[in-house]
Design a protein around this ligand. Sequence first.
Ligand SMILES: [Zn+2]
Length: 439
Amino acid sequence: MTQTPKPKKHLSFTALRQSLSRHVRSLADPRHPGKRQYSQHDALLSAFACMFFQDPSLAQFQKRMEEGRHKNNLRSLFDVQAIPSDNQLRDILDPIPSESLAPVFADYYERMRRHKHLEAYAILPGMLMCVIDGTDYHSSSSVHCPCCLQSQHRNGTVTYRHAVLQGAIMHPDQKQVIPLMPEAIHNSDGQDKQDCESNATKRFVRRLHQAHPRQTFLVVGDGLMSHQPLIETTLNEGMHYLFVLKPGDHAYLMDWLAAYTDWPSHTWQDDKGRTHHYRWQQNVPLNGRADSVQVNYLEYQLINAQGKVTYRNSWVTDLPIKLDNVVDLARAGRCRWKIENECFNTLKNQGYHIEHNYGHGQQHLSYNMYLLTLLAFFMHQIFELTDKQYQACRQKSNSKAYLWECLRGTIRIVVLPSWEVLLDMFLFPDNYCLVSDKG
Ligand SMILES: [Zn+2]
């Protein structure tokens, strides 16, 4: 009988799921003891299972399976003892403070670090790159809650939004991204001014340092970040930064740079005949204020074989720019698009249904659903990086979408003892007599 290799114990599905379960069971339950027909654990893990299998109707499907056969996969895979209905699930999840899920992100990160899976992500020796960006995950003209950001339009209509400042550990050579606990951009009670991305970024950077005080980070962000208050916050937390600099937003700095006639530079040609050109200046003032922060300025151009500039960008950083790091710094800066592509687009368009209306709630439901989706994505990224059995499944299937379609199909008809058996069934269906093409 062919068998698949055992996954790494501390990063296996069971270990990660148990860690989530343990944490959720430790949360206070503010409900009246008489109103706890379903536990917070069972509600939260039922919702998580939907995100994990990218199937909004999974919980209800398993509930029907339970009623008919007294067995279901939410029990065997997710340790859910009693499955609440959709409405009950939303009522239980709405009041759970979203911040209470932060330790789960920190725990998964720590497991990755302890087992040396983050070493391949070092952008410079001992330094991890954390790319940050803001994104909306809810937008509606009617569905809203007190936390919603509001945009008033001239025609009198209002758009209600939820957004986050998301951070993820990335590396130009690594396809997988490691998501971090995001910072919600939302309104709270007693606030007369709306929350904004810039304030959320400051909170995110402070919490990143609190969560991982011994790790050196290079925070990489877009042109909205390259302003003095954010730069100062990042430096105060002992971190480095590399922020896009849009020349149009920084007339003073551009005038200052125009006065230089002597630019340190570096040029090389790749095997496609394209020229990579870098030039930089150190210790230039970001703005005209007397207390202006001094920045190092880096400019990069990619020129194709025909001599046409096909890509151009510039950044500011506190790291000294040298011949031996200038290529890596520009690669780090260029890698920023990955958060949009590998993280947000995957969550929105590739099966995770992040903008699907799982329900909005009046308190934290909408954000809790976002966080559970992100945790499911995190787990899948860990499997792609560390789980040999999952990697074998990915290799066997033409696309990720096909693999998940098969896994969803299987749990609809078979009650499985474990996640490993589910994957093994996909890899070796003959062993389970599911397919008989051997006569
Ligand atoms: Zn809302």
